[in-house]
Design a protein around this ligand. Structure first.
Ligand code: SF4
Length: 315
């Protein structure tokens, strides 16, 4: 549920005349209704961002220039800018069935991580684990992470390493695979939407990534992609890679697609924007698209057996 009264209070307190709303894809359909209600109650102008939005990093900077305050829904705080108000969204789906399914797969000391949608369930998850004789461990992350135990697809700093297992509560594959590769600890994914739990297997993804690395080994001309979304911009990292690559060009992009990449005649790309881009879309790219970690392996700057998911770390 979105707490509209809180949003109204912020608009009044700031005396905002023009208000921006930005939603991730799953919440976009609520945009027009919320916009209409704010306009009707406060007489302010509301503008809804229509561009895709994939994460807390993905703030619509063009809309931000037009408004007094921008409400960014569905994600926790990431960018420090007083004009942006993050409105988190919690799923009320219960986690109990999935966590109980996970119990036989877990060791004694269990690191617990989840995404912001389920972070309010961490105390309950801890109770279920403790009642089953486990020792739950919830750790804080770095400055990109708002809550202890929270992970992003680009940041696993809150995943404990000194444990027997890590329990990820949430849906999808990317986060639990990232946790497994970042920690090196056996990881169990419990999906509250299906009530199922499984041990995370990274063999297929590791094979896929080494395949991409192998295809890039003979690359002579490189494109180094710099993300234009505010929370994905890693220009220093991109400059370092360009320097190490030799024949390379820096290319800015907001969104990466095979069509966009085909325009430049290079042998391989390194993507410094959202780490998910290179991995999730691998099958669609006709030239190898590597993460910075994988580029370092190609260039012998990192041992070949130390593959990890790329992370964007905070302080
Ligand atoms: Fe999510 Fe990617 Fe943005 Fe990280 S960089 S917050 S994983 S969209």
């Amino acid at each position: 549920m979105i707490d509209l009264e809180k949003i109204i209070a912020v608009i009044k307190e700031r005396n905002a005349k023009t208000v921006g709303l930005q939603f991730p894809e799953g919440l976009k359909r609520q945009g027009p209704g919320i916009a209409r209600e704010i306009e009707a109650r406060l007489g302010v102008e509301v503008i809804v961002s229509g561009d895709p939005c994939y994460g807390a990093c993905d703030v619509d900077a063009s809309l931000l220039d037009l408004v007094d305050v921008l409400f960014h829904f569905g994600h926790s705080r990431l960018l420090e800018d007083d004009r942006i108000v993050y409105v988190e969204y919690y799923h009320d789906v219960d986690v109990e069935a999935a966590v109980r399914q996970a119990l036989p797969l877990l060791g004694g000391k269990v690191g617990v991580v989840t995404t912001v949608q389920h972070v309010h369930m961490l105390p309950k998850i801890g109770q279920i684990l403790a009642a089953a004789g486990k020792v739950p461990v919830v750790s804080p992350g770095d400055s990109r992470i708002t809550y202890p135990g929270q992970v992003l697809g680009c940041n696993f700093s809150a995943a404990p390493r000194d444990v027997d297992s890590v329990l990820f509560v949430g849906s999808g594959n990317f986060h639990p695979m990232g946790v497994r590769l970042a920690t090196g600890v056996p990881t169990v994914a419990a999906d509250p939407f299906t009530g199922e739990a499984r041990t995370v297997d990274v063999e297929r993804i590791v094979r896929q990534r080494y395949g991409v690395i192998a295809r890039a080994m003979d690359a002579k001309k490189w494109g180094v992609i710099v993300g234009m979304k505010p929370g994905q911009r890693r220009l220093e990292q991109a400059r370092r890679i360009k320097e190490a690559a030799g024949d390379a060009v820096l290319i800015t992009l907001r969104e990466v697609s095979p069509e966009r990449l085909i325009a430049f005649k290079v042998d391989a790309y390194v993507s410094t924007l959202c780490p998910r881009v290179a991995v999730d879309d691998a099958a669609r790219f006709t030239v190898p698209v590597l993460t910075p970690v994988e580029f370092d392996i190609v260039k012998g700057l990192r041992p070949g057996d130390r593959l990890a998911f790329d992370e964007i770390r905070g302080d």
